[in-house]
Design a protein around this ligand. Structure first.
Ligand SMILES: Nc1ncnc2c1ncn2[C@@H]1O[C@H](COP(=O)(O)OP(=O)(O)OP(=O)(O)O)[C@@H](O)[C@H]1O
Ligand SMILES: [Mg+2]
Length: 417
């Protein structure tokens, strides 16, 4: 029997690796890292420097938002139309990109253990894609990435089942549990029967009562903050003179592409800058429209969304947050209370709530039949989300573990299943 095995949760926003010591029957260490890549050609050389995780974010910002910055790589796994992408002179397949992240985590863990560990349990979402053919491609690509990273014995486990296993280790009696995994891009729900004896069984399929999910998560909260609290600072509702003496609001389409960093990264900057310039002249050189121009032209989207995320994280623990973004000529300060924030993200929270109601109804499950709600994923820390779950099931039923690491820990524990 191998002494150490790894559980790896390759997430859209964050990835984690947990090391299980199978002899001591304990998790000895967990590493967590942002699922981000950054490539930059070095000056006076054809060498390409590659960065993973937090160092990638720092290098991107230090290099003035030039180079190639990649986020949400997990989303390309099921995209069969994606074959590869050229980064300077080198082509990377989807598996190649994922390999960089798995390799980074493996190297850290191997260094910690002092051995080359080759056995892993890899997480996968319940659905990568509704289309079974694409879903299969996604898992194959992930497996290929793990092989390339140096793993030789690879098995898969569903992410929410893994999260359930992490919670199951703490149980003294049988329970019907709703696992709510609220990530960056998605919220996934699984109802499962758990118990202190059950984890010894290998086959757990019969314990899974229902599974589902919705494409709304923490990124939706950040988009809502941008489009409700911040767009006025970028010229929303500014008036311009459309014909002599006739004032109109600048069109809303100017702001369509700035409500998420992803969108901002991919549209035609030149066309938008030309449009902004036109309105700027007829809007008495509005400083706010200048902010929009600078945001787009200087590619400040990622830095801005980092500050938006900071405000969200602050409001997970305190009642008031001072948003501040100062870069180039932009200087925005906005104070947001928890009540205001709850109102801003209310639409997204409502959608999650409605989905959950439909999910329970479709599976004939009454809230009263759920003994415990185990909340995990970074966005499960958002207070409006906790309130929602408390209202539906009762605050006394809510449990949580390590929000960012339960899945990787449960994956490692799945070794016994
Ligand atoms: N303390 C916090 N309060 C609120 N939100 C947080 C906090 N910490 C992280 N987040 C948010 O959690 C999200 C990331 O969660 P997580 O790492 O669970 O996602 P993931 O597993 O990578 O994504 P997915 O499950 O969608 O593939 C981000 O939107 C991040 O802003
Ligand atoms: Mg996750």
């Amino acid at each position: 029997m191998k002494k150490y095995i790894y559980g790896i949760d390759f997430g859209t926003t964050n990835s984690a690796l947990s090391i299980l010591d199978t002899e001591a029957n304990t998790i000895v260490k967990t590493f967590n890292e942002s699922s981000i890549l950054f490539f930059i050609q070095q000056q006076n050389s054809s060498q390409i420097a590659t960065f993973v995780g937090q160092p990638a974010i720092e290098a991107y910002l230090e290099n003035g938002m030039t180079g190639r910055f990649m986020k949400s790589i997990k989303r390309i796994l099921p995209r069969t139309s994606f074959v590869d992408t050229k980064v300077y002179t080198k082509k990377y397949t989807a598996a190649d990109l994922v390999t960089l992240i798995l390799q980074y985590l493996k190297d850290k863990a191997d260094a910690f253990i002092g051995e080359n560990i080759t056995e892993i349990i890899l997480g996968r979402p319940v659905v990568f894609d509704e289309d079974p053919a694409k879903d299969k491609v996604a898992q194959e690509r992930l497996e290929k990435a793990a092989l390339k990273a140096g793993f030789t014995t690879i098995s898969f486990q569903m992410e929410p089942i893994a999260a359930a296993f992490a919670y199951e280790r703490t149980l003294a009696h049988d329970e019907t549990v709703l696992v709510a995994d609220i990530g960056g891009g998605t919220s996934d729900f699984t109802v499962m029967k758990l118990g202190p004896e059950k984890y010894k069984n290998r086959a757990r399929k019969q314990d899974i009562v229902a599974q589902g999910g919705i494409y709304i998560g923490g990124d939706s909260f950040d988009s809502a903050y941008m489009s409700k609290a911040l767009v006025p600072y970028f010229g929303k509702n500014v008036l311009y003179e459309s014909s002599p003496g006739k004032m109109l609001e600048v069109p809303g389409v100017l702001f369509d592409n700035i409500t998420s960093w992803e969108k901002m990264n991919f549209f035609n900057v030149h066309k938008l800058v030309r449009d902004i310039e036109r309105y700027y002249i007829y809007a008495a050189k509005s400083e706010k429209l200048m902010n929009l121009r600078v945001l787009v032209e200087k590619n400040l989207g990622y830095s801005l969304f980092r500050e938006i995320e900071k405000t969200k994280i602050t409001l997970s623990n305190t009642d008031i947050s001072n948003f501040h973004f100062a870069k180039e000529s932009i200087d925005i300060a906005e104070t947001t209370t928890i009540d205001e924030y709850n109102e801003i993200i209310g639409g997204s929270i409502g959608k999650i709530g409605n989905y959950l109601d439909g999910f329970l109804a479709a599976n004939n499950i009454k809230a009263a039949e759920i003994d415990t709600v185990f909340i995990t994923g970074g966005s499960a820390q958002v207070r409006a989300l906790k309130n929602l779950m408390g209202e539906k099931f009762g605050d006394e039923k809510l449990r949580s573990g390590d929000y960012l690491n339960s899945v990787s820990q449960g994956l490692a524990w799945s070794y016994y299943n």
